[in-house]
Ligand binder design. Structure first.
Ligand SMILES: [Zn+2]
Length: 278
């Protein structure tokens, strides 16, 4: 059967329009059968491609590891805490694709930096780092480590960094502010690029609540007790009495944070108990 090209064009146009409409109308994170619900991602994320963000992230992460290694501050693969962190990550990662289908192709990396900083992060594309200080100072249990990891992984899965970059690109001030921060002046703007932004990102309150919620669910599905979210933040709060740890400067451990976590426990406890029963 011969179809003329204008018909094909119209058909293709119609399909594209339909697909766009379907994409706008489908809000997968709002229609989950169980677990926690979150809103749509900000459309600012569309200003920067996910590939671009993940690529910059991999580069910045690689540089960071190299630097740590040069200072003999990169824990080897057979370090008991590295073994522990990777075992916890291996349980959480399988549940990540439900939140972001790209995650199945991510080259996940989990490393431990031998620094007393109380800090941890997961960069876009699944590049996780824990600092020795967060494990040592807070004496975290496996469940509590899973809460921190789940939280950081949730930022990556929900593409909060991509949103922030999209926003900074929209306002076109991100790069120059960053150059000033790094003391690079105007010349540094291009060199600073995305990678450096990724290492200095702070998320807003909304992204933080979302990461708490999604992180708690990931950890609960992986069989980690979500109630440890409460003890984690209590420990964080107690630890902040002296010099505030790095992680706390971007993650305030206010009483509302703990109250929010407690209020959300009923949504994730059944997932935890189901995994534990298996
Ligand atoms: Zn966070």
């Amino acid at each position: 059967m011969a179809l003329n090209s204008s018909f094909l064009n119209r058909l293709a146009g119609g399909l594209v329009a339909f697909a766009l409409l379907a994409a706008c109308e489908s809000a997968p994170q709002n229609q989950r059968a169980e677990g926690v619900q979150v809103g749509q991602n900000s459309s600012f994320a569309n200003l920067v491609s996910a590939e671009q963000v993940e690529q910059s992230s991999a580069q910045a992460y690689g540089q960071m590891l190299q630097e740590a290694n040069g200072k003999k501050a990169l824990a080897p693969a057979n370090h008991p805490q590295v073994v522990r962190l990777r075992a916890i990550a291996a349980r959480i990662i399988p549940f990540s694709t439900e939140w972001n289908p790209r995650a199945k192709d991510w080259k996940w990396e989990i490393n431990l930096i031998g620094s007393p900083q109380v800090n941890a992060f997961c960069m876009p594309g699944g590049k996780i780092a824990f600092y020795m200080g967060i494990l040592d100072n807070l004496k975290l249990t496996d469940d509590e480590v899973a809460m921190v990891m789940g939280h950081e992984v949730a930022h990556a899965l929900r593409e909060h960094a991509r949103e922030r970059m999209g926003k900074s690109q929209a306002t076109n001030i991100g790069a120059s502010v960053l150059s000033q921060l790094l003391g690079l002046g105007d010349l540094g703007q291009t060199a600073a690029g995305y990678g450096a932004q990724l290492l200095t990102l702070k998320f807003g309150r909304e992204d933080e609540s979302e990461a708490d919620l999604v992180g708690m669910e990931l950890a609960a599905r992986a069989g980690f007790d979500p109630r440890s979210g409460v003890t984690l933040w209590q420990k964080m709060g107690a630890n902040s009495a002296g010099a505030p740890p790095q992680w706390l400067s971007t993650h305030p451990a206010g009483s509302t944070r703990i109250a929010d976590i407690e209020a959300n426990l009923p949504k994730v406890m059944p997932l935890y108990l189901r995994t534990k029963a298996k």
